[in-house]
Design a protein around this ligand. Structure first.
Ligand SMILES: *Cc1c(COP(=O)(O)O)cnc(C)c1O
Length: 227
């Protein structure tokens, strides 16, 4: 974040924090969503703070953005029956909000359990020479929405794990700039690190209630793959 904020300052850019997988994460003592001009959170059911349908939140300290975003989410309207701009229907419905209010009480506990699970994964996998593990930094709190490995033979590993009913997933197989929707903005090869990572990443099952037996089964299977 330090480097991104520095660049943004230098070139007078807005910073939008996509925190859809990072609710509760921290960087140098500050919670994510508090660094940029705007931050976005997803409450999609699969997220670490998820509701039971679609939902999301935008966080900002900027009054102008706040007013505008509120308007966009409500059909471009501030005053009833007057539509100042083109908006969308993106209100968080009350039922989802009620679910989130309950889940919010548990999120720190759940995030900490994810971190414990991540540490167990890393401890079990640390001696595998061909696998790059996620890092733990003392200045940040990674809440491990995903526990993601980097390795060369990831498609083969994914197949091997699938045969044992272990769902290891690829997030994400295609980097943003190569999506058809963005064709014309960037060419293949123009963001070589993103392209390399998209071919190397694989995420192991991760949720707060993983038990040791499951973690052992998964990590032993990976070790067997490499033996
Ligand atoms: C899920 C996700 C999104 C999209 O969230 P929606 O609720 O579908 O809008 C965006 N960015 C990241 C990193 C995500 O994980």
């Amino acid at each position: 974040m330090d480097e991104i904020l520095q660049l943004a300052k230098e070139y007078n850019l807005f910073v939008i924090e996509d925190s859809a997988q990072a609710f509760g994460a921290e960087y140098k003592g500050k919670k994510v969503c508090s660094f940029g001009n705007v931050a976005c959170i997803s409450f999609f059911p699969s997220k670490n703070l998820g509701c039971y349908g679609d939902g999301g939140m935008i966080i900002t300290n900027d009054k102008v953005i706040f007013e505008k975003v509120k308007m966009i989410a409500n059909h471009g309207s501030k005053e009833r029956y007057i539509h100042e701009i083109l908006g969308v229907n993106s209100r968080l419905d009350a039922l989802q909000a009620a679910i989130l209010r309950v889940k919010l009480k548990y999120i720190d506990e759940w995030n900490n359990k994810r971190i414990q699970n991540a540490k167990k994964y890393s401890e079990a996998l640390k001696d595998l020479p061909n696998v790059i593990l996620p890092t733990f930094k003392n200045y940040s709190k990674h809440i491990f929405h995903q526990y993601t490995l980097r390795l060369n033979s990831r498609d083969k590993l994914q197949k091997f794990l699938k045969e044992r009913n272990i769902p290891a997933m690829i997030y994400y197989p295609i980097p943003l700039h190569l999506q058809p929707a963005f064709r014309g903005f960037a060419e293949e090869g123009s963001l070589p690190i993103a392209e390399k990572l998209a071919k190397e990443v694989i995420s192991l099952p991760m949720h707060p209630d993983l038990v040791d037996e499951e973690i052992n089964f998964i990590t032993n299977s990976i070790k067997e793959f490499y033996s």
